[in-house]
Write a protein of this length. Structure first.
Length: 886
């Protein structure tokens, strides 16, 4: 028996821990049925003092084991050793380490330093001030350097270098968070980069999320100058230390980037480069002195845990053509989020312009699919301009990224497609899954889901990478179960959840977008006019604000992470109390008896299911249709989500041992369910609003009175049949429609919808050339012209979670897949399938073939877990770890 994948706070040997760490490990053994029976963890500081010895603990717990030793000290490397006993009498040991970052704000000796105030920004290309390069030189003693850590952050977005060398390849530090409450700093190992004698630090700072017109958090900060903070801590061989702090001795100047904006793009003039600006000895006469920024402090600072944003794939041009309008167009064959690397070799002064876009018009010309009439998307030029200095080189935009598949190249006499490479960027994450089956269209659907996930996990979970780049809560609320199956998103979601809790209003309302920036705060001000009724302060949107419960709950179910439930319990509870208050105070229907009205959340502004196909055929521009959909939404969506929220919170309270809360919210769930039956269902047994999703929700969430169950099930079937065997559900109804059909014994119909290829359907997208998941089922007009709809929204990709649990049949029966069932739901259209999933305990893999009347299945069960395998005959086989052929 061996141990592997030792992690501290979900990372291998991190150097940036600033909160109580937790540990995990995995077991590997050739012996079948291996279970951990006990563990012991010993943590010791660099001088070998033991700070925690857990003692031998009889337990099979091997994930999220929280450190319980003495208080940790800042900037210290701790080694930890874990010893495991298994049920076969084996013992194994393994070691790993973690290093603490800055644990107390008083240990920040550095000062915030800033440039002078910057000119105001406007949306659109070229309406931003130039990013600034900050530099500073310092001298280190001649003693042998054994360790050097650089802690840095900024107001803006920065690239750091020491002696002209970047310590890592990260993009977009300091990442995106609710800056008024949380600002991440990054920790760099610069031991190999610094040297005795003269050194230089350079920070190139652009707008990023902090200053971008669309994403700025507060009106006040938007006017300030770029500010930086760094602290370099050097340890010498004689154990002495030296600290180099940002202190006001820095200087700054403009560099080659003339404008940069996350939505508009970037303009770069290579003639303005200052070679060697971040190395010692550079002549910075003529650079401006910084100002000490006394307004900024350290209270918001937190260490960035988890991996940074980086390039995750490179794509070559698939096709180059000149469009009917004479435009030079390169097709990378894949909708993605990223940047283009251009190999430049043109005369000095040549201006190369690249316009990024997701789809062409019917004729193959450039088309901007993200500008909605009078709505969102203004300012999303997605343009890069590069002015040549006559040198041959590679250039990639620094401070922005775009959503695209195609680029239009202007300014070059000859366009060589091989000079352009698309760099897909994403937060770097461990890949957790693979899927393949005998049906190529489902494989493509899976790949498309993976692409939309990649594109929308850039620092935070977003809706789309081109139009809004926003942390829409509803989108990740429905998509998180799928996201967790594909990639290790625990760190990313943990970081984002901190912003969710930070942005919650005092009355408990959780914003529809987190970080809740000015754009969406203003939008909420308008929506409040529609939906305030009875509620003081901010309002919460059903199904969106609920992400504060749905995301941690998905994390718990998929990985067994109880810590995230503990950390955000108060947020969830406050949100449920908001719902109770909003239900009580708001009167949706004055004719209803008070005792029913009191428990129905039937007021406020709600997106409803959002993008129900039959109601939104005109796309996002059809404002009239949207309004009707919102008005209908309030008659079933909040009512249902209120019940679900109470139920989920009661369950979570149970998991955390809060029995009083459990009882309270269970009771509230019962009252709301009763009110739902009396208030949302008519006397003749119909939902008030007869949407397909309304019936789906009622049945899926088990809130239909027993007497109406079979009639509701019949209505669901009829509605789908009437709709020509196609779905008619939006963001909230779609994730549960196939499960609902399975639940009512119509898995044939679930497969029918999955295999449907007429719009609206998943395979319609695939058969119509989709390389990602579309925002809406309708992306073209009946004449075939593209509409103003994003082609890269992951929400409808949630079908992959159903495919995981049904096609390959892997169903967790205990949190984190500690126990699971393998029970494939067969359909004659699929003759083989295989899926692997790296759980917190190790890899589960299932591979089956169903050919010529013979069913064969291979299953791998990781150590420390137990599987119940169900064969098509109904035979159940219980297996511990091992590889099995059945
Ligand atoms: C976003 C969505 C979001 C929605 C709210 C859109 O503009 O792109 O994905 O959830 O607004 O309804």
């Amino acid at each position: 028996m061996k141990l592997y994948a030792l992690k501290t706070t979900h990372e291998e040997n991190p150097i940036s821990i600033d909160q109580t760490p937790y540990f995990s490990w995995k077991l590997e053994s050739e012996q079948e049925n291996t279970m951990q029976t006990a563990y012991q963890i010993v943590v010791s500081a660099s001088d070998n003092t033991v700070v925690w010895d857990s003692g031998k603990i009889e337990s099979d717990k091997s994930t999220f084991v929280v450190y319980k030793g003495t208080e940790l000290t800042s900037k210290v490397k701790y080694n930890w050793e874990v010893t495991i006993w298994d049920n076969h009498g084996n013992i194994a040991k393994e070691t790993a380490y973690f290093e603490t970052a800055i644990l107390n704000t008083c240990e920040w000796k550095s000062k915030w330093v800033m440039s002078k105030q910057l000119s105001k920004r406007k949306k659109g290309f070229g309406n931003q001030p130039a990013p600034l390069m900050f530099r500073r030189e310092f001298t280190l003693s001649d003693k042998e350097i054994v360790k050097a850590r650089l802690y840095a952050t900024c107001h803006g977005m920065y690239n750091i270098s020491v002696n002209g060398i970047r310590p890592d390849e990260r993009h977009f530090a300091p990442e995106y968070s609710s800056y008024d409450s949380i600002l991440f700093y990054q920790t760099y190992d610069v031991t190999e980069i610094i040297k005795n004698g003269n050194n230089a630090i350079g920070m190139y700072v652009g707008d990023g999320w902090y200053f971008c017109k669309e994403t700025t958090m507060s009106k006040k900060t938007a006017k300030d100058g770029y500010a930086i903070l760094y602290q370099l801590e050097v340890t010498y061989a004689d154990n002495s230390t030296e600290i180099i702090c940002s202190d006001g001795s820095e200087k700054y100047a403009e560099g080659p980037v003339i404008h940069s904006d996350l939505f508009a793009g970037e303009k770069y003039d290579a003639n303005r480069e200052q070679i060697g600006w971040d190395t010692p000895g550079f002549d910075d006469n003529g650079w401006s002195p910084v100002i000490i920024d006394n307004k900024s402090g350290y209270d918001e600072l937190a260490s960035q845990i988890g991996k940074p944003v980086g390039v995750v794939k490179e794509l070559l041009a698939q096709k180059y053509y000149v469009s009917p309008r004479g435009e030079h167009i390169i097709d990378f064959g894949q909708v993605l989020a990223g940047k283009v690397r251009i190999h430049v070799n043109a005369e000095k002064g040549t201006k190369i312009t690249i316009d990024h876009f997701e789809t062409t018009d019917k004729e193959g010309n450039y088309f901007n699919n993200i500008l909605t009439e009078g709505g969102v998307g203004g300012g999303c030029d997605q343009k890069v301009e590069y002015i040549c200095d006559g040198n041959e080189r590679d250039y990639t935009e620094l401070f922005s990224f775009q959503g695209f598949r195609y680029i239009r190249v202007s300014g070059l006499d000859t366009v060589k497609p091989e000079d352009f490479t698309a760099l897909a960027i994403s937060t770097i994450k461990e890949n957790l899954g693979t899927f393949e089956c005998s049906e190529p269209r489902l494989n493509k659907l899976y790949e498309n889901t993976r692409w939309s996930q990649r594109s929308n996990m850039i620092s935070i979970p977003t809706d789309c990478p081109q139009r809004e780049k926003a942390g829409w809560t509803g989108d990740i609320g429905v998509y998180s179960p799928t996201a967790l199956l594909n990639e290790d998103v625990t760190d990313l979601l943990t970081r984002w959840m901190r912003s969710v809790s930070a942005d919650q209003s005092d009355n408990g309302a959780v914003p529809m977008v987190v970080p809740n920036n000015q754009t969406y705060k203003s939008m909420m001000t308008l929506l409040k006019l529609v939906g305030k009724r009875g509620v003081r302060g901010d309002i919460g949107v059903a199904g969106w604000a609920d992400a504060c419960i749905l995301v941690p709950l998905a994390m718990y179910n998929q990985t067994g992470n109880t810590l995230i439930l503990e950390q955000h319990y108060d947020t969830m509870k406050k949100w449920c109390d908001y719902i109770i208050m909003a239900a009580d105070k708001g009167t949706g229907d004055k004719k209803r008896p008070k005792e029913i009205e009191k428990y129905l959340w039937d007021t406020g502004f709600h997106y409803g299911e959002w993008l129900i196909p039959s109601k939104t055929q005109g796309g996002l521009n059809d404002v009239g249709a949207m309004r009707t959909a919102f008005a209908e939404a309030v008659m079933y969506v909040p009512e249902v989500y209120a019940i679900v929220a109470m139920r989920n919170l009661a369950n979570i309270a149970g998991i955390l041992g809060k029995s009083k809360d459990k009882c309270f919210y269970e009771d509230m769930e019962a009252k709301m369910t009763d009110a739902f039956a009396k208030g949302c269902i008519t006397h003749d047994g119909k939902m008030l609003i007869e949407n397909m999703g309304a019936y789906i929700m009622a049945v899926y969430y088990d809130i239909v009175p027993d007497s109406l169950k079979s009639s509701f099930e019949k209505i669901i079937v009829e509605k789908i049949e009437e709709n020509d065997m196609r779905l008619d559900t939006g963001f909230l109804g779609t994730p549960i429609i196939l499960d609902t059909l399975c639940k009512i014994g119509r898995s044939d119909m679930a497969y029918g919808l999955l295999f449907q290829n007429k719009a609206p359907s998943w395979l319609y997208e695939v058969e119509n050339g989709a390389t990602s998941i579309w925002e809406s089922w309708h992306v073209t007009t009946p004449e075939g012209n593209p509409m103003a709809v994003s082609l890269n929204h992951y929400a409808f990709g949630c079908v992959d979670d159903w495919m995981f649990r049904n096609i390959t049949g892997i169903i967790p029966t205990a949190p984190g897949f500690k126990e699971f069932t393998v029970n494939p739901l067969l359909d004659e259209r699929i003759t083989s399938a295989k899926r692997s999933y790296e759980t917190e305990y190790g890899k589960i893999s299932v591979e089956w073939k169903n050919e010529d009347g013979k069913f064969e299945m291979k299953v791998s069960v990781p150590c420390n877990t137990v599987a119940t395998i169900v064969m098509p005959s109904g035979e159940q086989i219980r297996k511990g770890s091992g590889d099995y052929v059945l």
